[in-house]
Design a protein around this ligand. Sequence first.
Ligand SMILES: NC(=O)c1ccc[n+]([C@@H]2O[C@H](COP(=O)([O-])OP(=O)(O)OC[C@H]3O[C@@H](n4cnc5c(N)ncnc54)[C@H](OP(=O)(O)O)[C@@H]3O)[C@@H](O)[C@H]2O)c1
Length: 350
Amino acid sequence: MSIGSHHQTTHPRHGGEPRAESSTVMRAARIERFGGPEVVRLVELPRPEPGPGELLVRVRASTVSVADERMRSRRLPRGFSLLVAPTVGLFRPKVRVLGMDAAGVVAAVGSGVGRFAVGDEVIVMRGSRMGCHAEFVTIAADGQVARKPANLSFEEAAAIVFGGHTALRYLDRVEIVPGSEVLVNGASGAVGSAAVQLAAARGARVTAVTSGRNAELVRSLGAERVIDYTQQDFAAPGEAARYDVIVECVGNAPFERVAHLLRPGGTLLLVILDLHGLVWAKRQSRRSGLVVDHEGGRMDAAGMERLAALAEAGVLRPVVDRVVGFDGIVDAHRHVDGGHKRGSVVLRVG
Ligand SMILES: NC(=O)c1ccc[n+]([C@@H]2O[C@H](COP(=O)([O-])OP(=O)(O)OC[C@H]3O[C@@H](n4cnc5c(N)ncnc54)[C@H](OP(=O)(O)O)[C@@H]3O)[C@@H](O)[C@H]2O)c1
């Protein structure tokens, strides 16, 4: 059961009937240049073929995420423009078909694949290679792919990948025990909503920072306390050092602003930061005795299986803002650009 599903479109639209398995072309959403949502175009592209050790996955759902927004618009955290040029591109986008995550069905396997078979339902994370806003995508069979949680629809399964993957990577860097105090800034977004659930499941007392309209949502995810950022500055000078972990998912809570809220030995997990924060993180850690971590842990096949298991156990529940078809993808980008989505904006494919 997805949370926030009352925000799903009641008449899901889709961009045409699925193609016959024998077709050599596929529909995809593609960008030709950097720009606003309107640079996203629906096109036909050659269907990829799985190489040795790869799966070909028929995508049933993906999400339009902040990563897509950043890749499409080149709106990046301050100072990152040159640093990420090899992945994002400088004048022209490096990646034309966006979409980091997918839920779908294995349509073909390359030679030497034992882990999956045709017909298996899977979740996929392609990271910065993207490509999931298409009817088909390939992925290394021993890479970031796992069986889809059986209790979730494709749309719901797609909705746990981007945020769940990120939240798990970061929360794996800290020890959370029953009673740990964890603050999540941006608790109603894709990453924040997963971080709230995963921290609460480990026994943390979670404080969620979001706007009042999302208070009920984040409480339902396990937050004990909600701070409405439109009413109160959670990091006001003079606030007590009460947190063991702060998870920063907005981009407005650098070390300088929130260090005084952390107990001795506490950790600031910077899911998002600018170049200044990146350059100074190590020194800030050394000098303060706090841990400032902007990297998160690594993800692999086993991590994706853990993610799927957490969802299957009901620990990590999908938060679906809305579901759109290919014909709604430009509006979906527009909504993501607004910075106020709840959980994930799901793209239904085929
Ligand atoms: N390091 C990595 O590997 C990694 C991976 C994934 C994502 N990220 C980054 O992590 C960030 C979060 O991603 P996301 O997908 O979770 O974003 P998102 O879903 O777009 O986050 C939107 C949410 O943020 C809340 N929000 C907006 N302004 C806020 C404020 N001032 N204080 C508190 N909450 C606020 C909104 O709540 P209201 O509507 O109530 O305002 C909304 O629910 C992005 O910057 C992304 O680039 C990093």
